[in-house]
Design a protein. Structure first.
Length: 82
């Protein structure tokens, strides 16, 4: 397991498929890896692997919005410099 933004993920079955290698997850397992994770991954990755989320740390801050929720905040009107 590992913690990302207060959410607990079970990565044990995913480890063998991890693009960065199984060893990375083994070394970071059992820890809060929020900073390491966001240094290497896009927001959409957590949306893709929601099935691995098993719970939330009791004293965690409010969760981040999903990538889909964030994209809804963007303007649908393109802009250009004049």
């Amino acid at each position: 397991w590992m913690i990302i933004d207060g959410d607990v993920y079970d990565v044990s079955t995913f480890a063998k498929f991890h693009p960065g290698g199984k060893q990375t997850l083994l070394e970071l397992g059992g820890k809060d890896v929020t900073e390491d994770f966001w240094g290497l991954h896009r927001h959409e990755v957590l949306d893709k692997y929601q099935r691995l989320k098993k719970g939330r740390v009791t004293d965690a801050p409010p969760p981040r919005p999903s990538a889909l929720e964030e994209s809804k905040k963007l303007s649908r009107v393109p802009f250009a410099e004049s």
